[in-house]
Design a protein around this ligand. Structure first.
Ligand code: ADP
Ligand code: MG
Length: 240
């Protein structure tokens, strides 16, 4: 589903990603963990060209998205993204947040888009909030709307960048539960997270990034009980 080959990204003189190679199969749930500043967000953003890689290749669904002739808007339609700070449209209701892209980009009719939006809001437990504006929703509710909004485009892949880091502790679970049930539907997911318990329980694989490099890649059972590198050991010691 996703293939990354020797991915480099620099901002000016700052080398942030220093040659990352990995792949994510259809249906895989991958947790990306590592210290702050290690390049996790940059890596995720390179997967849908919110950042342009300096060199290297990224394939999504067999399309080299770094190739200039690839229609990136088309690729991006298939890659849902959920951010730490929700990024909802503040002047649209929850329902309108969900219908906007399907109406304008996918050409769904209003009836189709709304039907789908209602179904998705129900799925994330927010059926009764369809007509609320974001500022009337809690953080956990906003994030669930953001997840539903991404799903409204029928993506093949969902990328999450610390989706629970901005939430009050009591709201973390409701968002993780939505992500967990999404994982169980077979969605391909890449999740930057500090929720080690979630990574352990839900991820098929952990990618540990440090200083712009993919230092370890292993199933959670292996990674958490037997990290191979000193850097991962030190990181886990601080986290757990
Ligand atoms: P993480 O998500 O692991 O905390 P990031 O990918 O956000 O790490 O950042 C990695 C490094 O890249 C940091 O040193 C950060 O300051 C730098 N960086 C990220 N985005 C930009 C940018 N747009 N311009 C310049 N530097 C950036
Ligand atoms: Mg980050």
């Amino acid at each position: 589903m996703i293939k990354v080959e020797n991915l480099h990204k620099s901002f000016g003189k700052l080398d942030v990603l220093k040659g990352i190679t990995t792949s994510i199969n259809a249906g895989d749930v991958v947790a990306i963990i590592g210290p702050s500043g290690s390049g996790k967000s940059t890596f995720l953003r390179c997967l849908n060209l919110l950042e342009t890689p300096t060199s290297g290749q990224v394939w999504i669904d067999d399309q080299d998205i770094t190739n200039k002739s690839t229609d990136i808007l088309k690729v991006r339609q298939n890659v849902g993204m959920v951010f730490q700070h929700f990024h909802l449209f503040p002047h649209k209701t929850a329902l309108e947040n969900l219908t906007y892209a399907p109406l304008t980009v996918k050409g769904l009719t209003k009836i189709e888009a709304e039907e789908k939006a209602h179904a998705l809001l129900k799925k994330v437990g927010l059926a009764e909030k369809a007509n609320e504006y974001p500022n009337r929703l809690s953080g956990g509710q906003k994030q669930r709307v953001a997840i539903a909004r991404a799903l409204a485009m029928d993506p093949d892949v969902m990328l999450f960048d610390e989706p629970t880091s901005a939430l009050d502790p009591e709201m973390v679970k409701e968002v993780l539960d939505v992500m967990k049930s999404l994982a169980h539907t077979g969605m391909t997911m890449a999740i930057v997270t500090h929720e080690m318990g979630f990574a352990k329980e839900v991820a098929d694989r952990v990618l540990f990034l440090d200083d712009g490099k993919l230092v370890e890649e292993a199933p959670p059972s292996e990674f958490f009980s037997n990290p191979k590198t000193k850097r991962a050991q030190d990181f886990l010691e601080k986290m757990l």
